[in-house]
Design a protein around this ligand. Structure first.
Ligand SMILES: Cc1cc2nc3c(=O)[nH]c(=O)nc-3n(C[C@H](O)[C@H](O)[C@H](O)COP(=O)(O)O)c2cc1C
Length: 449
């Protein structure tokens, strides 16, 4: 039997305009409308664990209405769904999404074939063993570690009675996992891969509650001091460009991905112009002393969530007039390049991967890798950080596309960049700085002399 109960010590207050306000330690308040007092009646009854059936007897609301109400209380996380046997609690399910799958009647018959959902993740949460749904974030806490054997036993299709027999409480656990959609009937698997679903649900509000981290140390790091060996880049004449650039409508309408480049490489002046126009620091702004949530930040030509600008532009140069081949980092404060690596081996690997990705049409002259300092955005945005970084990368790619088009250069994004190649070429730890997007730029064939 599955039992419903209030999740921990909750305080239920009558508080207009929402009628009821439910508060508790370590949780966001939940406001519920309760015009006829039925919610308060259900919450009162659930101060003691109760089965669905018992609740129907205690709060006779009419079948449909009570079921809708219970579901609402479950998906707001106010009420949990649990199971127990004669030795005590077996497992507890906490729902974390309004869209959560709740099927209290999905008890598999003993002779039925069952299997673990590919979207079930057995993992540690703080000091507890949990099975989590990648789809909707529902967490089933295992109150006995030995029950992990039941979960593991469900990897291959199994008859329910046999799968449940791996540990005491197995039958109850199986029922609970079926009720939350984590145990299913075996069948063809066609959906999105679990990691993609997991990343999506864990980085969108509404699908699970997100962990957002209190701001701290968000100030934009100070401009790097000149290393003496940095390569100063030519600065374009922006006033002249305002007069001579093609109109935006023209650029937007003619931009195309270019995979065939000219035999004459682009020049250091062109590279300097491109980087200046898409990535330099235009302005540094201090934190507002009157606002303790503010932080020092920079403004640059491309937008970036929270002005975090956690993406650095790294350049792998195979052919650029005026610049030796190598891997460089763009220094956006000083509009200069820092040498990262001049070893031809990792350089060739990065260029070759881009060449293959662009259908082997011509060997790229310059590859720009956008590398994220992920910790920076995580400090501000918590679970949202990675998805914001990918959006920032899309913005940065389009900036390069448009600027290259305006300059009469070719550009093509690379969808299959290799973060390990980048880590080897730069010596950076991918756990701290990792390439998330790449784009190739070069001269157009018609420019050959
Ligand atoms: C994120 C992203 C990744 C891409 N990856 C590749 C790639 O690996 N190889 C390639 O030849 N083109 C790649 N492209 C270019 C697309 O194929 C191109 O944008 C699409 O065919 C439309 O053509 P257009 O850019 O000329 O309008 C990519 C584009 C984007 C935005």
């Amino acid at each position: 039997m599955l039992t419903l109960r209030l999740d921990g010590a909750l305080t239920v207050d009558n508080e207009p305009p929402a009628d009821l306000l439910i508060t508790g330690k370590d949780r966001d308040p939940v406001a519920l409308h309760d015009a006829d007092g039925s919610v308060a009646a259900v919450l009162g009854a659930l101060r003691r664990p109760s089965t669905w059936q018992q609740l129907h007897e205690q709060v006779p609301l009419g079948e449909g209405k009570l079921d809708v109400l219970i579901r609402r209380l479950l998906v707001t996380g106010v009420v949990t769904l649990g199971c127990a046997d004669e030795h005590g609690d077996v497992a507890t399910a906490r729902f974390r999404s309004r869209l959560a799958d709740v099927r209290p009647d999905a008890a598999p018959a003993g002779d039925q074939l069952v299997q673990l959902s590919p979207y079930a993740l057995l993992r540690r949460l703080d000091d507890r063993a949990v099975v989590e749904s990648a789809h909707d974030g529902t967490i089933v806490e295992l109150h006995r570690p030995a029950l992990a054997a039941v979960v593991a036993g469900l990897c291959a299709p199994a008859v329910a009675a046999a799968a449940a027999g791996h540990a005491p409480g197995g039958e109850q656990l199986l029922r609970l996992l079926a009720a939350v959609g984590l145990v299913i009937a075996p069948g063809p698997e066609t959906g999105r891969p679990p990691h993609a679903v997991w990343t999506h649900t864990r980085s969108r509000n509404g699908l699970v509650e997100l962990r957002t981290v209190a701001p701290g140390a968000l100030d934009e790091p100070p401009a790097e001091p000149a290393a003496g060996t940095d390569i100063a880049l030519p600065v374009p004449d922006l006033a002249a460009l305002r007069r001579t650039d093609p109109p935006l409508a023209e650029v937007m309408e003619t931009r195309r991905s270019v995979r065939r480049f000219g035999g004459t490489p682009l020049t250091l002046t062109q590279l300097g112009e491109l980087l200046h126009r898409v990535a330099r620091v235009q302005q540094r702004l201090p934190a507002d002393p009157a606002d303790d949530r503010s932080y020092a930040f920079t403004l640059r030509p491309a937008p970036s969530a929270g002005a975090m600008h956690e993406l650095d532009h790294y350049l792998t140069i195979r052919a650029c007039e005026g610049l030796a081949p190598g891997v460089y980092r763009y220094l956006p404060d000083r509009h200069a390049l820092a040498v990262v690596n001049r070893d031809p081996v990792p350089l060739v690997r990065l260029i070759n991967a881009a060449y293959l990705a662009l259908n082997r049409v011509s060997v790229p002259q310059v590859l720009i890798s956008l590398a994220a300092r992920g910790d920076r955005t995580t400090r501000k945005y918590g679970d949202l950080a990675y998805s914001l970084t990918l959006r920032n990368a899309g913005v940065a790619l389009q900036s390069v596309y448009l600027c290259a088009t305006a300059m009469g250069l070719g550009a093509c994004a690379v969808g299959s960049g290799d973060a390990a190649d980048f880590a080897e070429a730069t010596g950076l730890d991918p756990a701290e700085v990792s390439a998330v997007a790449e784009i190739v730029v070069g001269s157009l064939p018609g420019e050959d002399v």
